[in-house]
Design a binder for this molecule. Structure first.
Ligand code: BDR
Ligand code: CA
Length: 361
């Protein structure tokens, strides 16, 4: 059970708002995760770190600022992270997320500025400003977080909770046969992050959601239509038979943006032979960060393969304790996707409807 202290935060009426810091490589599903956080009344977003990954770091910064502006959110600082992983040159995934990271969606150039300090410093500042209270979420390569840990080794004990989307546990990879994208892009940073939690104590273990869990969060055109309906902005349901890049017909600007982004992601999954659908890895991580009861976990010692010629970037959980190490992660092993999607649709739908209403006034 979470203690009252770990839930401490700003009180808004009867709603307790928890400070949240998110590190993203936006990215279609990162964008959906951000919108979920904007739409969640219990989350007080105190900062966004931009990490290079799905697209280069400047595109990630632009996407983060542009999404905040689209959603009418002010006062959330966005910081630029490292351009490159700790050791390897950067690989990006425009085939998955589109040329700028938001699929077919195009947002106006943002008018707001990045912070003067970088994303690693932003992690440290946020954790020090909210000791024992901050919820951290990482849905991209872990470069910024690894650099933050080098600057502030007490970070594991300063955070109330950390949720990482990364890895694949007893499950195939999506980047190599065994490695998941976020870990595969910067395996050294992932290894440093897991090592940093190796003596943090059982109450501070990060929650790690790998592909074995997040691939249960399957968004379909039917679910996306439910979202548009919940926003009071019905649109023509998407179909695999539509011409590629068909633009959304939704009147609501946020729903239109999400549908145009998601269309690209559907097409990518379809080309991979997975069906006309998309895995919402990062939104699930955001939802779990705000409500850990959405998932069942197993503690285990986790490490990252760094030297294997075929297995570099593989995440290994030592379920049978053969390494003789203490657990350094709580690995998500079971989720009810219907509960997650009901909540996602209710929150983001209502948020999109409110946004539209405000913009019409
Ligand atoms: C992860 O890789 C990225 O492409 C997604 O945004 C997600 O964070 C899934 O492997
Ligand atoms: Ca991501």
């Amino acid at each position: 059970m979470l203690t009252l202290r770990r839930w401490a935060g700003e009180h808004v009426g009867v709603q307790v708002r928890q400070p949240v810091f998110v590190d993203v490589d936006t990215g279609v599903d990162d964008a959906m995760a951000l919108v979920y956080l904007f739409a969640s009344p219990e989350a007080e977003l105190v900062g966004i770190a931009s990490t290079a990954g799905n697209v280069g770091v400047d595109d990630v910064c632009r996407n983060n600022l542009a999404l905040l502006e689209l959603c009418g959110i002010t006062g959330v600082p966005v910081s630029r992270g490292s351009e490159v992983p700790l050791v390897e040159p950067l690989r990006t995934a425009e085939d998955t997320h589109g040329p700028q990271g938001l699929g077919y969606a195009r947002l106006p150039d943002p008018t707001t500025e990045l912070t003067d300090h970088d994303a690693a410093q932003a992690w440290v500042c946020a954790a020090r400003e909210h000791p024992g209270e901050l919820i951290g979420i990482a849905t991209g390569p872990l470069t910024n977080l690894a650099l933050a840990l080098r600057a502030e080794p007490a970070l594991p004990r300063l955070l109330a909770r950390l949720v990482i989307m990364g890895g694949a546990f007893d499950y195939r990879g999506n980047t190599t046969p065994v490695a998941e994208w976020n870990v595969s892009v910067d395996p050294e940073s992932a290894a440093e992050v897991f090592a940093a939690w190796s003596d943090s104590g059982a109450e501070h273990l990060p929650i790690v959601l790998g592909l074995n869990l997040t691939e249960h969060a399957v968004l379909t055109p039917q679910l996306l239509s439910r979202l548009a309906d919940a926003a009071g902005s019905p649109s023509t349901p998407m179909s695999v038979r539509d011409p590629r890049g068909t633009a959304s017909t939704a009147a609501n600007p946020l729903i239109r943006t999400l549908e145009d982004a998601m269309r690209f992601y559907f097409e990518f999954h379809h080309d991979q032979g997975e069906g006309y659908l998309a895995h919402l890895h990062d939104p699930l991580a955001a939802a779990v960060a705000l409500d850990t009861a959405l998932v069942r976990y197993r503690p285990a010692p986790v490490d990252v393969e760094l030297t294997g010629t075929l297995t570099r970037g593989m995440t290994i959980a030592d379920w049978s304790h053969r390494w003789g190490r203490e657990p350094n992660a709580l690995i998500g092993v079971e989720v009810d996707p219907a509960v997650f999607f009901d909540r996602f649709i209710a929150r983001v739908g209502a948020f999109a409807a409110r946004l539209d209403e405000v913009s019409r006034r």
